[in-house]
Design a protein around this ligand. Structure first.
Ligand SMILES: N[C@@H](CCC(=O)N[C@@H](CS)C(=O)NCC(=O)O)C(=O)O
Length: 270
């Protein structure tokens, strides 16, 4: 688990829970859900990914990969959303978000691990690929290559700048369909991914549903997932952890805007 003790007094002197996050980031949503489900107070530090605040030196001292989310809890830094969720579960066990039953605990971790494993190759690739989004500019890539220690992430951003091929986007879509099939198989006669209550498994996947729906991924053949998401949205945590941070424009308008930006970027690159 990436628990860091940076030798930086401004960070190590922080008291309470400080969350470094971005509104629309699905990994940030996960951590906010855990904080809200557990009723924990937290100090918000929004990081502007569009302006590369995440790659500034001060933030990379908190997360050396320059990714959100990260938390500082009483001076201890934890990065990686899955590890932050586990850390919070360990430090603040009530209400429990991991099943007490060992087999169910293993199952919940498998759902979380699946979300981690698919983050770059399916979720990010489909999202960036279909929207044509690249958070970094070609001219910035040389510097980024020098500061980014994670080679998979670096390769991803190089690819995002160059543009994903239709085959790569389709491969990502297929991976997402496979997970949706797996989720649907479970959710068609269950309310939660594991056991009879909310767990980190649901929390790991709800943000993907929110993001993918917003960007036009078709869930219409998955009634079980839709019913599950509806239930998740009724939880008191949904508004402060997710809804409050989403753009105030409807999904169709967001998608139309992204399409125009994609076409514009294509013209500029030509
Ligand atoms: N494995 C990381 C992934 C985090 C991640 O990819 N965060 C995105 C936002 S969802 C980010 O910070 N992107 C900025 C960048 O890649 O430069 C986690 O689970 O925390």
């Amino acid at each position: 688990m990436p628990i860091l003790h940076p030798n930086i007094p401004e960070i190590t002197s922080l008291k309470g829970i400080h969350l470094y996050h971005t509104g629309i980031s699905n990994c940030s949503m996960r951590v906010r859900l855990v904080l809200e489900e557990k009723g924990l107070g937290w100090v918000s530090h929004e990081i502007d990914l569009g302006h590369q605040e995440n790659n500034q030196l001060w933030y990379m001292a908190i997360n050396p990969k320059g990714l959100v989310p990260a938390i500082v809890h009483d001076g201890v830094v934890v990065t990686e959303s899955n590890d932050i969720m586990e850390y919070l579960e360990e430090k603040f066990p009530e209400p429990a978000l991991m099943p007490a039953d060992q087999a169910q605990g293993t199952e919940a971790r498998e759902w979380v691990d699946l979300a981690v494993a698919l983050h770059i190759k399916a979720i990010k690739t489909w999202v960036y690929g279909t929207t044509g989004g690249a958070t970094k500019k070609r001219a910035e890539m040389g510097h980024y290559a020098e500061i980014q220690p994670d080679k998979e992430l670096l390769a991803f951003h190089i690819k995002a700048v160059e543009g994903f091929s239709a085959a790569e986007i389709e491969a990502a879509r297929r991976m997402l369909v496979e997970v949706c099939d797996q989720m649907e198989a479970r959710l068609k006669d269950h309310s939660y991914l594991v056991g009879d209550t909310q767990s980190l498994a649901d929390i790991a996947w709800m943000p993907q549903y929110v993001l993918l729906t917003m960007l036009g991924f078709d869930f219409s053949s998955y009634p079980g997932i839709i019913a599950w998401a509806k239930l998740q949205k009724q939880r008191p945590s949904y508004q402060p952890a997710i809804a409050k941070w989403l753009p105030e424009i409807p999904g169709w308008a967001l998608r139309a805007g992204l399409k125009v930006m994609k076409a514009f970027r294509g013209l500029k690159a030509a």
